[in-house]
Design a protein around this ligand. Structure first.
Ligand code: MF3
Ligand code: CO
Length: 254
């Protein structure tokens, strides 16, 4: 599939999809507390998404059974919400959500600490977020796609972290996953040339230990092979001739 370049009208719709998803993440962050189940997080997320007239894009996507991916501690991504899974003080919880607004998708993820968390966990969350911002320094027309990948990967690896290689970021628009795939590691190639109007979901998944991951028996949940902590940070990004526009992050660092 070719990489789509969005029209001004499409960018308007994606901007709104992004704005709503930013609100969803803020509401989820406010609601997080020790003792709640991961299913409660999913319910709150779905409710907020629907209250804005949007559809949760993950629900039923390839059979995924929930609206929010909730991944705790050594879970990397795609954790399935459960009535039996309680989050506790000291946990780190990655929340990944997507909405569809008038046919257009946005996709974003955040990792939060529950109450007091270890210095190791705080640093992992910070480095993961910083690796994203390092990557998007290159996200502008005329640069090559893998400039972003390499910058993310180098930033995390130089600091001793494991960069997940089995999962990538992606183009996004009328589908959740469009071309191109966006790895988070050094590619040794250039990748396609970026053009204004492309919209990309850039999403480093970074492990405190090794980069290797496994899939659990539910066929969704991805965990670190060495059971080290993992963090995820994602925004939907619009490429322009200048600075990229973060469609899911309009109000400073989150
Ligand atoms: N942000 C994730 C991704 O881009 C969301 C997909 S989860 C699924 O792959 F449940 F929808 F598959
Ligand atoms: Co994504």
């Amino acid at each position: 599939m070719p990489i789509t370049v969005k029209s001004p009208r499409e960018i308007e719709l994606m901007t709104e999809a992004g704005r709503i998803l930013e609100i969803v993440h803020k509401e989820l962050e406010k609601a997080l507390h020790p003792g709640m189940t991961t299913m409660q997080i999913d319910r709150i997320g779905e409710e907020v998404i629907r209250s804005y007239g949007c559809v949760p894009s993950f629900l039923d996507y390839n059979g995924y059974p929930a609206s929010i991916c909730v991944s705790v501690n050594d879970e990397v991504v795609h954790g399935i919400p459960s009535e039996h899974r309680f989050i506790r003080e000291g946990d780190i919880v990655s929340l990944d959500a997507g909405v569809i607004y008038k046919g257009y998708h946005s996709d974003a993820a955040r990792t939060h600490g529950i109450g007091e968390i270890s210095e190791e966990a705080k640093k992992l969350i910070r480095i993961t977020r910083e690796s994203f911002f390092e990557g998007i320094k290159y996200a502008r027309e005329g640069n090559h796609l893998f400039d972003i990948s390499s910058a993310i990967g180098r930033y995390a690896e130089e600091r001793g972290y494991g960069v997940v290689r089995d999962l990538c970021g992606h183009g996004i628009g009328t589908a959740l996953h469009e071309a191109p795939e966006i790895p988070n590691y050094e590619m040794g190639r250039k990748g396609v040339k970026l053009k204004a109007g492309m919209t990309l979901a850039i999403e480093p998944m970074i492990n405190a230990g090794g980069w290797e991951v496994d899939w659990m028996d539910d066929d969704w949940t991805v965990v670190t092979r060495d059971h080290s902590l993992s963090a995820h940070y994602e925004n939907t990004v619009l490429i322009t001739e200048g600075e990229p526009v973060l469609l899911t992050l309009t109000e400073g660092i989150q």
